[in-house]
Structure formats: C-alpha cells, structure tokens
Write a protein that binds this ligand. Structure first.
Ligand code: ATP
Length: 282
C-alpha cells in the first residue's frame, strides 16, 4: 500500500496545548475524515503537515517524501482549503485566475471556469460580496484547478447549508474518480464524513484516540443498552466504553465478542466520538 500522508510521532507544543505523539497514515486513493472537538488540534496538525507551523518532533511524509519549505514539487501536488478564503476581498474570481496562472505550473484556466460555471459561482463580484457558500465553493475550485493529487481541507463544509454541502461532497467524489487522488478532510459534521470518508481519524486533546477504516468502525462496533445489573452479563473483553443514560447504561462493544443473544444498535460516528470523549473505560 502507498500513502499520500504519513504522520509519525508528531509533537507541537504551545503554552496551553500540545499535540502528543500524533501518528496516522492516509492510504493513496482514499478519503480520511479528521474529526475532533473545537480545540482538539486538527488545524495545528494540518498546519504542521503543510509546514505552515514548525513541528517540535516527529516525521511527516507526503507521497513518501519529507516535505520541506522549498519542496515546490510536492506543494504543487497539494490543494489546500482552510475554512476561510485567503485572498484580498476586493478581487473577483476572474481576477484570481490571472494571479494563479502565474503561481501554479499546472494551473488550468478552462477547468477553473468550467467548475465556476458548474457550481454557479459568480465570477465578476468581489469576494467580499459573495455568500459564505459561494466563498467556500470558490476556495475549493481554486484548490482543484491546478490538478493536485492530494486535497487537504480544514472544515470545508462548516457553516454551509445541506444543498451546498452536498454539491461540495459531490465535487470531492468526482475528484476521487482518479485512484491516485487522496483527501484529508477535517470536519465537525460527522454525517458528511459518514457519506464520503473511507477512514476516520479522531483527535482528542492533542492525542489520536483512533484512526480506523470507517466500515470497520461502523460494522464491528455496536451499542448495548440496559441496566447496570444486566450489563454484568456482557463479556469484559467486549466492552470498550460505557456511558450512563436516563435508562441505565449504554456500552460501546465489539460485536464479534458478544453473543447474538444481546441486542445491539448500530452506532454513528458521532455516537462513537461521544463514547470516547464522555464515556469511561470498562
Ligand atoms: N499559534 C498558537 N499559539 C498558541 N496556541 C495556539 C496557537 N494555535 C492554536 N493554538 C491552540 O491550540 C489548540 C488547538 O487548536 P486547533 O486550532 O488546532 O484546534 P482545532 O481542532 O482545529 O479546533 P477548531 O475545530 O475549533 O478549529 C487550541 O487550544 C488553540 O487555542
């Protein structure tokens, strides 16, 4: 298997916060959802991956090579989207084209204008007059128009309505038609990740709690609900995390360790996250 991104034992310390030995890998040809609460360390990790922040320790490889500030060949192959557009607000989409033509070797003007048309983004209004949805669409189109192999997206769908989010997710799926393409996608909107992600990496207080294939997570885990007394009948090695509920307890379990006599519900990514953050180890 080849990897678009390999992060090993990454550390970055601020006064009040640190990334603590972060490790995960994004296989080529897949989409990874990077989830965690506000302040968990998603943006800091992404900035370290992109060398926008200097790491304290660890290694980061992109397409198998260490990325350095001057490594333009690698940077040309990455499309980046942060949750806000980083262009002067007085520019129009049309003017941005002129500027980016000069910046990227592979900039594709006709693809850029095709995408703007496809997503109905106004080309002759200054950015400051565009809605949040339009600005995000423009950011994503800019990231795509130089034909990157890897997209790194920090909250690309936050604050957008379901229709715009759906259009954007479709665009990502279109990008993934090429099997050499990969996406790292940070989001709070776990339903978006459930739709498109192949892997889920969950960061909590600067530590990775799990980085796992989404189907393995969703189909190999189950939620058991019942009273505390009944829960004692569950095999100990099946139990992962437990939470008290209005009706007794809810326990996140490994399905293959539990007999079919126990009724289990299918968890969502959000429920799994809540078990890890709010639940206790059992
Ligand atoms: N330059 C900085 N100096 C000091 N602390 C910082 C700096 N950048 C981020 N932090 C702190 O690091 C922690 C993690 O922030 P980060 O932006 O990585 O989280 P996040 O998971 O992306 O959160 P959100 O979902 O809210 O965007 C926060 O407590 C933040 O205040």
């Amino acid at each position: 298997m080849t990897y678009a991104i390999e992060v090993s034992n990454l550390r970055k310390k601020f006064n009040q916060f640190q990334l603590n030995d972060i490790s995960f890998s994004l296989p080529t040809g897949t989409i990874m959802g990077f989830v965690g609460e506000n302040g968990a360390g998603k943006t800091t990790t992404i900035k370290c991956i992109l060398s926008l922040l200097k790491k304290d320790a660890g290694t980061i490889k992109i397409f198998g090579s260490n990325i350095k500030d001057d490594n333009l060949t690698i940077k040309e192959q990455i499309g980046v989207v942060f949750d806000d557009i980083h262009f002067p607000e007085t520019l129009t989409a049309q003017q941005i084209n002129k500027f980016l033509q000069e910046t990227y070797v592979n900039w594709d003007t006709s693809y850029y204008f095709d995408l703007l048309k496809q997503l109905k983004v106004t080309i002759n209004k200054p950015i400051k007059e565009l809605s949040r949805g339009m600005k995000m669409k423009l950011s994503i189109i800019i990231a795509l128009a130089h034909h990157p192999k890897l997209l790194i997206l920090d909250e690309p769908t936050s604050g957008l309505d379901p229709i715009v989010r759906d259009e954007i997710l479709d665009l990502f799926l279109e990008f993934m038609q090429d099997e050499k393409h990969s996406i790292l996608f940070s989001s709070h909107i776990t339903s978006d990740l459930e739709k498109i992600a192949d892997y889920i990496t969950f960061i909590h207080e600067g530590e990775i709690l799990f980085s796992e294939n989404k189907d393995v997570l969703l189909y190999e885990l189950g939620i058991w609900k019942g009273s505390k007394e009944q829960s004692l009948e569950l095999p100990t090695n099946a139990k992962i995390r437990s939470r008290e509920s209005a009706y007794g307890v809810e326990i996140l379990v490994k399905r293959n360790e539990v007999s079919s006599a126990f009724q289990l519900d299918q968890p969502t990514i959000e429920e799994i996250m809540l078990f890890f953050v709010k639940g206790v180890r059992v």
